[in-house]
Every structure is written in structure tokens, then in C-alpha cells.
Ligand binder design. Structure first.
Ligand code: AMP
Length: 176
């Protein structure tokens, strides 16, 4: 079967108004995951241009990013590395703070997760303000690894998250 288009993936994304709080239009990707063809196509589109063996690790961002990153890692014959919220990883970590609308958050990665010079594809489900992805990218770079791609299923363009990822090769499948 041919790969589904980004437009077909977009049709399956469910908008849930006022979740988790009033004013947020939550983009629910679970219908994409539940459809074998759309899920598999989303992985094909996120990994387009990367041959198996050309990437050392796919880094996924806690928590929905794990789903796409793990499947992409399998396809690219690469390892999977989690960037998690602070306090979840058991071994020694480095951490990166970033600003939220109110307050701040922290993400972490294991100190031995990536070798210097490793070629990394970074994935998450959605790019909003870009704080989370920029913090994850900073962790990857602090370990000396090289980001060869950053991919999102969804990009909320009006939040200008790409500006926080300037100079990095960003790809998104569906934009709002
Ligand atoms: P940001 O740091 O603002 O780019 O936020 C990105 C993270 O928050 C991603 O891991 C998304 O899963 C989540 N997120 C932010 N806004 C939304 C939204 N409208 N719908 C679904 N997830 C969102």
C-alpha cells in the first residue's frame, strides 16, 4: 500500500477544545496511532530521506514523542533514546530548564545516552512554542551529538516554535 499523505493524516487528528484547560485546542493524535496505515505512514514521512543505518539514535521526547521515535528507530535500525521529564530517569542525568507560559519545566537525559558525534534524529508529536524541543536539542548537543533532523507530526505555526530551533533542520507533517 502507498504511503498516506500528510493531508490524510491531518484528517485523522482530533481537535479537543479546552483540554487540559480552557483556551487550549488539544491536538489528539491517538486516532492516527490507532490506524495502522496512518501510523505507519507517519513514521515513513518523519524518516523520509534517512536511510537505515544513517542515524545512530532517534531521540524521543516524553511522552507522545516516544511512540513515534521508537517506531522510527526500528525502521532506521537505530537506537532509541528517551528525553524525560526531570526525576524519571534512574541513572545519572544532565538537565535542561525551559520556560513555560507560567513557570518553568525541566527535561533530562542519561549522561551516557549518546556518544560524541552520534547522528541524531529528534522527534516529538507536536511543536507549539518550541521550548520543549529546544531544551531536548540542547541536551543532545551538550552530550556532543549531532542533530541531523528534528521532526514533528504537528506544528502550531502561529506560536513560532521554529524560531527557538533556528539553524536546526526542522520538519513537520501537518501545520495549523
Ligand atoms: P512547546 O514546548 O510549547 O513546544 O510544547 C510542546 C509539547 O507540549 C509537546 O510535547 C506536545 O505534546 C505538548 N503540546 C503543546 N501544545 C499542545 C496541543 N495544543 N495539543 C497537544 N499537545 C500539545
Amino acid at each position: 500500500m502507498s504511503i498516506a499523505t500528510a493531508a490524510e493524516i491531518a484528517q485523522a487528528i482530533r481537535n479537543v477544545p479546552d483540554f487540559p484547560k480552557p483556551g487550549i485546542q488539544f491536538k489528539d493524535i491517538t486516532p492516527v496511532l490507532a490506524d495502522a496505515h496512518l501510523f505507519s505512514s507517519s513514521i515513513d514521512l518523519l524518516t523520509e530521506g534517512f536511510a537505515p543505518g544513517s542515524i545512530d539514535a532517534v531521540v524521543g521526547i516524553d511522552a507522545r514523542g516516544f511512540i513515534f521515535a521508537a517506531a522510527a528507530a526500528k525502521k532506521l535500525e537505530a537506537g532509541f533514546i528517551p528525553v524525560r521529564k526531570k526525576g524519571k530517569l534512574p541513572y545519572t542525568t544532565i538537565e535542561q530548564d525551559y520556560a513555560l507560559e507560567y513557570g518553568h519545566a525541566t527535561v533530562a537525559i542519561h549522561t551516557d545516552a549518546l556518544k560524541p558525534g552520534a547522528r541524531v534524529l529528534l522527534l516529538d508529536d507536536l511543536l507549539a512554542t518550541g521550548g520543549t524541543a529546544a531544551a531536548a536539542a540542547a541536551l543532545v548537543q551538550k552530550l556532543g551529538a549531532h542533530i541531523v533532523g528534528i521532526g514533528f507530526v504537528i506544528e502550531l505555526k502561529f506560536l513560532h516554535g521554529r524560531e527557538k530551533l533556528a539553524g536546526l533542520p526542522v520538519r513537520s507533517l501537518v501545520t495549523y
